[in-house]
Design a protein around this ligand. Structure first.
Ligand code: 13P
Length: 260
């Protein structure tokens, strides 16, 4: 039995790659990717690389994401970028509330929620990131943290919009550390997230919302993680910077989703 949701694998390039390196990536990646079916593929390059990424993605199956945005449409917010600016560059998704934004740039749940609301109002699909730190996990607070981030992040979002929202469970202790959550840990957290979605909306809505896993995803662990019942693809950092390893993760996701 395959899952009732199409998997979505997204590359979060963080602050890596210039516009010309972005173009080089697409030139090697697209011919390898071909017209792979049964998966949504998304790439989130740094802001200055968005025009090159959109131009190269063209009519391919790849959709482009931004890594962040400001909730206001315009204004005196030096250094910020708005949803309408992104829309003009053919951006489809936007990563919101990544743990690096939360911890390094002090983003609160309330500010993150404003971005989620703006994204939907602007026809951008948010990829809302949530996840606990190691201290929170060790203290037994994982469920409280996930429930708080979800409830606050999705405040004011109706069921229809929730279905168009992608969630990314990224345990902070697994990001860039080489320490992946085990398949069982990921499944437990994803099932809990889906139960919270069920209480916020209803069972039918919760069943349709895609929940990605993120944190040291590599070609050699993607298949096992992706075979879990509530894992609907990945948000990939380091391993998405090289077209070969990113493609291997996508391929493993498609295969295990078909078999799962
Ligand atoms: P890594 O895959 O490098 O651990 O990064 C995960 C991540 O933060 C994706 O958003």
């Amino acid at each position: 039995m395959s899952k009732p949701r199409k998997p979505i694998v997204a590359a979060n390039w963080k602050m890596f790659k210039t516009p010309s390196e972005t173009a080089d990536f697409f030139r090697t990646f697209l011919p390898v990717l071909g017209t792979l079916d049964g998966v949504d593929v998304v790439i989130a390059p740094p802001f200055p690389c968005l025009p090159a990424a959109s131009e190269h993605a063209g009519k391919s199956i790849v959709r482009i994401a931004a890594q962040n945005m400001h909730p206001e449409a315009s204004g005196a917010f030096t250094g910020e970028v708005s949803a309408i600016m992104l829309r003009e560059l053919y951006v489809t998704y936007v990563i919101i509330g990544h743990s690096e934004r939360r911890t390094l740039f002090g983003e609160s749940d309330a500010f993150i929620n404003r971005k989620v609301l703006t994204a939907h109002a602007s026809n951008l699909r948010p990829i809302l990131c949530i996840g606990e730190t190691l201290e929170e996990r060790d203290a037994g607070h994982i469920h409280d943290v996930l429930r708080r981030q979800l409830t606050a992040g999705l405040a004011g979002i109706n069921a229809e919009q929730a279905i168009e929202t992608v969630l990314a469970y990224e345990p902070v202790w697994a990001i860039g550390t080489g320490r992946t959550a085990t398949a069982a840990q990921a499944q437990e957290a994803h099932a809990f997230i889906r139960s919270v979605l069920e209480s916020l909306y209803d069972a039918a809505t919760a069943r349709r919302i895609r929940i990605q896993y993120g944190g040291s995803v590599k070609p050699n662990n993607a298949a096992e993680l992706s075979a879990q019942a509530d894992v609907d693809g990945f948000l990939v950092g380091g391993a998405s910077l090289e077209s070969g390893s990113f493609y291997e993760i996508i391929r493993a996701t498609v295969h295990s989703s078909l078999e799962g």
